[in-house]
Write a protein that binds this ligand. Structure first.
Ligand code: GLP
Length: 263
């Protein structure tokens, strides 16, 4: 796994956005680029960069298919806290992606199991995911694969942990009682099947999880650690997120990546 350390969130976001732009632009003409996407505050800087790149004519999403990671159960796509709404507001409304190429799990489905099965089938029908972009929870989770999730899990229903509810209550007027208690989420195995994975990590609140994911072994209690077993995974982070890493670990990754940090 590569670890790209940049001085701040803005630079980390720019680095990741540039990396993904180059991947999309160098993809085989005519063959769709399949991009997995997250929500949360972590990817917002990357989405702002994507919009800027699109407006400057450097990037088009005409050839891109997207699959989002997760969605709250019980929220309609028009609910302001749904991940559907988040994606429309923060990315899709501002770029030239064809709406029929945008895939999100339906939080209002009457048959969650079938919805999850169809989602996996839709990913397979597109030839799999070329690049999965993700964030990381404070407890090291990816999508809604909470601590203890199977590392070979597929898209399914998950119950949200107290930690996830507490972290995300800020989007529900800080009121835990308004928070959904379950979500539909791609599995760790679904993410691991992507040909490439990039995780953006920012801030001190993530430092403990980043230490576990980078310096400790593969462990279902920190599901992002599964990426140690991925052929092509990158964690892009800011200095603050590295505060719990050993000085030697930080120096090591800064040294081996020193020629790759240009934005
Ligand atoms: C939720 C989302 C994750 C996201 C995490 C961290 O659990 N399901 O995909 O990575 O929150 O969110 P943030 O980026 O706001 O810290």
């Amino acid at each position: 796994m590569r670890l790209i350390i940049l001085p701040n969130y803005e630079k980390a976001s720019k680095w990741a956005a540039n990396y993904i732009m180059n991947k999309i632009n160098s993809h085989l003409q005519g063959k769709p680029f399949v991009l997995g996407l997250p929500t949360g505050s972590s990817p917002l800087g990357i989405y702002r960069e994507f919009i800027k790149m699109y407006k400057e004519g450097k990037l088009t999403f005409k050839n891109v298919r997207t699959f989002n990671m997760d969605e709250y159960i019980g929220l309609d796509s028009s609910h302001p806290q749904s991940y559907h709404y988040f994606m429309m507001q923060n990315l899709f409304n501002h770029i030239d992606i064809d709406r029929k190429h945008v895939h999100l799990l339906d939080g209002k489905t009457k048959d969650p199991e079938n919805e999850c099965r169809l989602y996996e089938e839709a990913i397979a029908a597109e030839g799999g995911i070329d690049l999965f972009l993700g964030g990381m929870g404070n407890d090291g989770h990816i999508a809604f694969n909470e601590p203890g999730s199977s590392l070979i899990s597929r898209t399914r229903v998950k119950t949200l942990t107290a930690e996830s509810k507490a972290s995300n209550a800020r989007f529900f007027d800080g009121d835990l009682s308004k928070m959904p208690t379950t979500a539909l989420t791609v599995g760790v195995g679904t993410v691991m099947d992507a040909r490439e994975v990039i995780i953006i990590v920012s801030g001190r609140a993530k430092a403990k999880a980043l230490r576990a994911v980078i310096e400790e072994g593969v462990n279902h209690m920190w599901t992002v650690s599964c990426l140690q077993m991925h052929q092509k995974a990158i964690i892009v982070c800011d200095d603050e997120a590295t505060e719990e890493l050993k000085v030697g670990t930080v120096n090591y990754f800064k040294d081996i990546e020193k020629d790759n940090l240009e934005i």
